[in-house]
Design a protein around this ligand. Structure first.
Ligand SMILES: NC(=O)c1ccc[n+]([C@@H]2O[C@H](COP(=O)([O-])OP(=O)(O)OC[C@H]3O[C@@H](n4cnc5c(N)ncnc54)[C@H](O)[C@@H]3O)[C@@H](O)[C@H]2O)c1
Ligand SMILES: O=P([O-])([O-])O[C@@H]1[C@@H](O)[C@H](O)[C@@H](O)[C@H](O)[C@@H]1O
Length: 532
């Protein structure tokens, strides 16, 4: 895709030391927030509660930690390289960005449609900035204007695929978009050709073999593969004059890799295993290693365990960013909201039956048991945190029955049918049964998540922190758990808890961004409307 001059829209003009207008014109007027042409710095008091247990009861002690945050204002020119670029998601997100960039409109049988970024939390959702001093009403602003962020229209897109089909033909193969829209982007997409990729047949379904006509020699891990991919990233960056590249896996779901001591348990062992061509090193892990060594954030949109312990250790060693796993696009996104509501309402969920069928190539790959197992794991663990948080409803180790079924039905294509039943105990032995039929146009739901993952990962390459009073600035931990909202099985720094509840995930993201401009988290107390 032709590079798109990335203006510095993330940066307003010259700034006075204490106030300026940031995108969407909001100005934070506070002695704790300072603006320079280069950065926004904020001093933020993080308030938590320390709890200890003694004498048969809890004691709770409010705690304050003061952090400094610094956000580089210059976004620069950003590229994204998709692994699996020729797939349903890859072609759809590419066409979507082209359509938005050119403000396209197209006829459909329901009438005229226009390009939009619906489904992107960054581009199409708002956050409460505060309260209007005159009217007392909430003032809400676009989330994307909280901090300087890249704009998807400015992204330069490239990537790899084991299928050599150009993006226009691959878009036709995907059968996701209206012909009228496809005709408007076809000329640009026909010129886009995925780079050859690494292909280790054992990691994806055998039914994918007929696509694999665009592969790099070698059917198992090697340092040559790592260096080949590293060069691809460097070449893409220099050919397009980019300041940074984000790499995102939207290729097929791989089987889980066995965790083998001495092979993928440490960074050194993993690098040796790659050099030795060990069969338990997956293509996605080879991509992750190449990205770590090129300081390109790597995000895994699929459920496999790409980030084996050695991979995380390597990222930590290099201060590189990782994010994953598995886009949370439809059935599971709904689940992580509905289960949160039920359990927090004191309703005892006792079983969840999640069935879906779909007919796209993802579904075809998942019709193979080993690849399905990767998906079953990511779709099944999504309620664990919510259940564990309610010891009134659930005894230690007790949890709802939960089953996940996925069937491949070619006829429905990308329009996945998700049927769910939530069964719960209510007051005095009663029951509530919630049945849901949710038709998800999978790639049209996943594509905005790809955009969000890229934009937020890019943002956090520009955010640093330190404890107030310290000298040195640090980046966030290599594992960007702030990406959790977009992911079914959020990867978190080793030893830290996983949060799946959708509302909590969104609050975490927004409140961290607000802290970077010295604003308090939204507490929804609205005391101003209660105490008067
Ligand atoms: N709503 C969604 O679409 C959704 C939600 C969650 C997760 N996912 C995951 O996203 C991934 C992509 O979904 P999709 O619908 O686009 O699938 P898809 O099968 O249409 O696309 C995957 C692409 O990856 C390519 N590929 C496979 N192995 C590769 C390799 N080693 N290197 C480069 N390319 C490779 C394939 O040729 C194909 O073009 C799947 O793993 C899927 O499980 C999708
Ligand atoms: O995100 P979500 O809708 O819960 O889960 C989806 C599954 O239901 C579907 O079977 C699979 O093919 C998609 O990749 C996605 O993972």
């Amino acid at each position: 895709m032709a590079p798109h001059a990335n203006d510095e829209s993330g940066n307003a003009g010259g700034m006075s030391m204490h106030e300026s207008s940031t995108p969407a014109g909001f100005t934070v007027q506070s002695p704790n927030v300072k603006y320079s042409d280069a950065d926004i710095t904020s001093k933020y008091t993080y308030r938590t509660t320390d709890v200890s247990f003694a004498n048969g009861g809890f004691s709770a002690a409010p705690k304050e930690t003061v952090y400094d945050f610094k956000t580089e204002r210059k976004v620069g020119k950003v590229g994204v390289m998709l692994v699996g670029w020729g797939g349903n998601n890859g072609t759809t997100v590419t066409a979507g960005i082209l359509a938005n960039r050119r403000k396209l409109e197209w006829e459909t049988r329901e009438g005229l449609r226009a390009a939009n970024y619906y489904g992107s939390v960054v581009m199409s959702s708002t956050v409460k900035l505060g309260t209007d001093t005159k009217t007392g009403k909430d003032v809400n602003i676009p989330l994307q204007s909280l901090l300087p962020m890249a704009h998807p229209n400015d992204l330069t897109i490239g990537g790899w695929d084991i299928s050599g089909m150009d993006l226009a033909a691959a878009m036709d193969r995907a059968q996701v978009l209206e012909p009228t829209l496809k005709s408007l982007v076809r000329k640009e997409m026909v010129s886009m050709k995925p780079l050859p990729s690494i292909y280790y047949p054992d990691f994806i379904a055998a039914n994918q073999e007929d696509r694999a006509d665009n592969v790099i020699a070698g059917s198992k891990a090697s340092m040559e593969h790592v260096e080949h991919l590293r060069k691809d990233i460097r070449d893409f960056k220099s050919a397009n004059g980019l300041d940074k590249v984000i790499v995102l896996w939207t290729a097929n779901t791989e089987r889980y890799a066995d965790l083998v001591p001495g092979v993928n348990d440490t960074a050194d062992n993993m690098m040796k295993a790659i050099a030795d061509g060990h069969p338990e090193i997956a293509p996605s892990t080879v991509f992750a290693v190449a990205c770590i060594l090129e300081s390109a954030p790597f995000i895994n949109g699929s459920p496999q365990n790409t980030f084996v312990p050695g991979c995380i250790q390597l990222a930590e060693k290099h201060g590189a960013f990782l994010g994953g796993d598995d886009f949370k696009s439809g059935q599971t996104k709904m689940k992580s909201a509905l289960v949160d509501f039920m359990i927090n309402a004191g309703i005892k969920l006792t079983s969840i039956a999640s069935y879906n069928h779909l007919g796209n190539n993802d579904g075809k790959n998942l019709s193979s048991q080993k690849q399905f197992r990767s998906k079953e794991i990511s779709k099944s663990n999504v309620v664990d945190d919510m259940v564990a948080a309610n010891n009134v409803l659930y005894k230690e180790g007790e949890h709802p029955d939960h089953t996940v079924v996925i069937k491949y039905m070619p006829a429905v294509g990308d329009n996945k049918r998700a049927l769910d039943e939530y069964y719960a105990e209510i007051f005095l032995g009663g029951h509530q049964t919630i049945s849901m039929f949710n038709v998800c146009e999978d790639s049209l739901l996943a594509s905005p998540l790809i955009i969000d993952l890229v934009l937020i990962a890019e943002l956090f390459t520009r955010v640093q922190w330190r404890k107030n009073g310290e000298q040195d600035w640090k980046s966030f931990h290599s594992v960007l758990s702030v990406l959790s909202y977009m992911l079914k099985a959020p990867l978190t720094p080793p030893g830290t808890p996983v949060v799946n509840a959708l509302a909590k995930q969104r609050s975490a993201l927004i409140n961290i961004m607000k802290a970077c401009v010295g604003l308090e988290p939204e507490n929804d107390m609205t005391l101003e409307h209660k105490l008067f």
